[in-house]
Design a protein around this ligand. Sequence first.
Ligand SMILES: C[S@@+](CC[C@H](N)C(=O)[O-])C[C@H]1O[C@@H](n2cnc3c(N)ncnc32)[C@H](O)[C@@H]1O
Length: 280
Amino acid sequence: MAQSRMVVNDDYEHPDHLEYILESVLMPSDESLDFNLLRNDYNSVLLHKCQCDKGGCANNERCSHGGAYEYCPDGKELIQRQTNKTGNIPIVECNSFCECRIEFCTNRLVQYGPRANLEVFNSPTYKSKGVRTKVSIPCGAFICEYAGEILTISEAKRRIVTNKKLGSMNYVLILNEYTKTDDCYEDKRQVTIIDPSRRGNIGRYINHSCDPNCHITAVRIDCPIPKICVFAARSILAQEELCFHYGGEDRYVEDQASDSKACLCSADSCAGFMPNSKII
Ligand SMILES: C[S@@+](CC[C@H](N)C(=O)[O-])C[C@H]1O[C@@H](n2cnc3c(N)ncnc32)[C@H](O)[C@@H]1O
């Protein structure tokens, strides 16, 4: 049974014989200095807490973390606030240190686990496994974490080279976060590298598209290392395959680095090749 540091509702079956995890976990130790730094981050907690009363966390002027989510027009579920349409604004959810009352707090979503009614299927578009939804999904809704092993930069480089040599599928996802002012990306602030090839959740089956219906956003709950989270970038119909752009924010920052692997997304705007985020 998969274990989590939080109360996560995730009872998806794992179709492969891999270890199913409920949230990202630290890679095995390689005794390096980089690993020790990563472990320190992984084991540390964000102490900053909010002191909200009922409803306060809906408002980013009142709540020190709040305002990331709002109710969708039918009021049925919390979605990513529509000012964050590209998913580029990182989210900090309320956590166990916060003084808000959990039953009133509207700044907790990812911590409850992936949405229901997703399924892994054999995708005819990608000629491999993919994830689709059995029911429609509103724009901004949380899909799931892209959970896997959190890697050091040197271990990620090593695994990417090995995958290429073996011709294996590459599951390593690199999220570069940037400081941003007036629509201009500036210094890189943090790199997070996740590999669900050995240990992962349902997110590991989501394919890349050059015109995706989902995007990724960095979400922190109680750890300074963000979770890479998949949200709906538009309304999605039942039976649609879910895809996001593997280049993340990098595609806006510089000429997108591309892989030698042909992209099968079949979008009109397809770049022809799979994107390849740089490990800077
Ligand atoms: C995170 S996995 C996605 C799930 C994968 N299809 C599977 O069966 O497990 C990433 C791998 O899926 C394949 N893939 C994903 N998106 C693709 C695309 N747009 N074009 C070609 N292959 C893609 C590539 O082999 C890539 O290394």
